[in-house]
Design a protein around this ligand. Structure first.
Ligand SMILES: N[C@@H](CCC(=O)N[C@@H](CS)C(=O)NCC(=O)O)C(=O)O
Length: 214
């Protein structure tokens, strides 16, 4: 299969972790977001949203949206599972993943930050204020969801990493990149450290990708 991503894209990072956890190989094509390559006619015909990631399966089917790609991957390569089997636990994991992918991440996206500066004149300080507000708000909620778990566990919702961890780690990378202080989030810090110690997560880190630029 062919995976379209970018080293710093956190939704691409989610997929990279999942590919690694499941031991799935893929061809990689870098789409340079900072240079606007996502807006090229060739990529726009693959994903009309002009957003990463995108995947072309071995059968030539085109997939977009990281959560959809992750669930497709989990269904077609079930071992190890990213979602628990119990419906209630699955709902909890999906809710956590959606806090990150649907509520936090869209507000830090390149096109949103660019619109804030181009259309509303937001300078670096205003952008940092915006990012700090939404990332802190969302990650505080994630920490509270972890505190509410029926039982403590090594990873977000279990003794092995799953969909919630796959979404959490790239979001922490973004918080660090944007200089948002999340040192008060102790459960998240512990889980993050445990994930980073695993090769599947470490190898998916932006700094270890072939298109990495400092
Ligand atoms: N909900 C989408 C978000 C996709 C998204 O926003 N991707 C970012 C990179 S993480 C992107 O391509 N941004 C390009 C832009 O803002 O122009 C997903 O999870 O796949």
């Amino acid at each position: 299969m062919k995976f379209y991503g970018y080293f710093r894209s956190s939704s691409s990072y989610r997929c990279r972790i999942a590919f690694n956890l499941k031991g799935v190989d893929y061809d990689f094509e870098s789409v340079h977001l900072k240079q606007g390559a996502q807006k090229s006619p060739a990529f726009a015909s693959l994903n009309p949203q002009k957003l990463l990631p995108a995947l072309i399966t071995d059968d030539g089917d085109e997939l977009t949206q990281s959560l959809a790609i992750l669930e497709w991957l989990d269904e077609t390569h079930p071992d190890p599972a990213l979602l628990p089997t119990d419906p209630l636990e699955r709902a909890r994991v999906r809710a956590f993943a959606q806090v990150i992918a649907c509520e936090i991440h869209p507000l830090q996206n390149l096109r949103v930050l660019k619109y804030l500066s181009d259309e509303f004149g937001a300078d670096a300080a205003a952008t940092t204020k915006w990012l700090t507000r939404w990332l802190t708000d969302g990650l505080d909620a994630c920490e509270a969801l972890l505190a509410k778990r029926p039982r403590d566990s090594a990873f977000c919702f279990g003794d092995t990493p799953g969909l919630a961890d796959v979404c959490l780690v790239p979001q922490i990378f973004s918080a660090q990149r944007f200089g948002v202080d999340i040192s008060h989030l102790k459960r998240i810090a512990d889980i993050h450290a445990r994930c980073e110690a695993l090769p599947a997560f470490a190898d998916a880190h932006p700094a270890r990708q072939p298109d990495f630029e400092p």
